[in-house]
Design a protein around this ligand. Structure first.
Ligand code: SF4
Length: 286
């Protein structure tokens, strides 16, 4: 049985940068806290804890330790609140997320209403909403466009996407917006806020899934990016399992397979991917 890794997988630039910044800050300043989970991966969270970075769930839990903003970013109100409380801030927001936040602010400052294509409960999206001056609506799927646009939506409309969405879904969403709501729109600005790291991982997963008998997608269950990769693999018609760690892989999954593809979300560390590959070889039918 062959095990083939996707050509693009694992930690993206933004996550590597955030983890490095937090570890460096804890090394220089002593123990720090992280406002929310640094990345959606339990192994990374454990490793950071060992190195002096403790995750706190809410702003009320801050103490005298410096506070790191995660790669997903936060809205301006959270930053103001931290400053008011005198917190020392270590901002590890991914530059690609910062760009989406800046566009949300710029568009709404210029009088556009903004539609964010993404999951309103995702931390990155909540942060982007915070920069939108209240003139924003989120839509999770193109089906949300079956309803009328909100009454307050001006005729100048800006569209952004959660960075981890797929190119295909975002393009289909924008196309449907135009075909179903053209009469409400005098000007449409579509900002491509998709992350290349995400789309290259999706493309690599897509290509790999077409040539193997089974796909294993590795990453935290809470990771939107990893879940999207599993979706992309399944859309190619190949049986796909989403696992957080090597220990979840069952020998029965491998029976009769000649080739197994491995993809991994942007928050999955290299060590976890290596363990998955090792376990697949160890369990491979003789
Ligand atoms: S997936 Fe892209 S946008 Fe998200 S943290 Fe990584 S590099 Fe940044």
């Amino acid at each position: 049985m062959r095990v083939i890794k996707a050509t693009e997988l694992g930690f993206c630039m933004g996550v590597r940068r955030a983890v490095d910044m937090m570890e460096d800050a804890a090394g220089e300043l002593g123990p720090i806290t992280s406002l929310g989970s640094t990345v959606h991966n339990p192994q990374v969270v454990d490793r950071l804890r060992d190195r002096g970075v403790e995750v706190i769930a809410t702003i009320e839990a801050i103490d005298e330790r410096p506070v790191a903003i995660t790669a997903h970013g936060v809205g301006p109100k959270v930053l103001d609140e931290l400053r008011t409380r005198g917190a020392r801030i270590v901002d590890t927001t991914c530059p690609i997320v910062t760009r989406a936040q800046q566009w949300a602010k710029k568009l709404t400052d210029e009088g556009f209403g903004v539609i964010v294509f993404g999951d309103p409960n995702h931390k990155e999206v909540r942060g982007i909403l915070g920069w939108s001056n209240g003139k924003v609506v989120t839509m999770k799927s193109a089906d949300d466009l079956d309803a009328p646009l909100p009454d307050w939506m001006p005729s100048r409309v800006g569209v952004l996407s959660q960075t981890t969405e797929t190119e295909g879904h975002f393009a289909a969403f924008v196309q449907k917006l135009l075909t179903t709501h053209m009469e409400r729109i005098s000007e449409l600005r579509v900002i491509n806020t998709l992350c290349n790291a995400t789309s290259s991982q999706q493309a690599a997963t897509h290509d790999l899934a077409q040539g193997v008998d089974l796909m294993i997608v590795v990453g935290g269950r809470e990771s939107a990016n990893t879940r999207h990769l599993a979706e992309v693999a399944r859309e190619q018609g190949v049986e796909t399992y989403h696992v957080e760690s090597a220990g979840e892989i069952e020998a029965a999954w491998l029976a009769g397979r000649d080739s197994v593809g491995v993809a991994a979300g942007a928050s999955t560390p290299d060590a976890v991917i290596d363990e998955v590959v090792e376990r697949l070889y160890a369990l491979a039918p003789a």
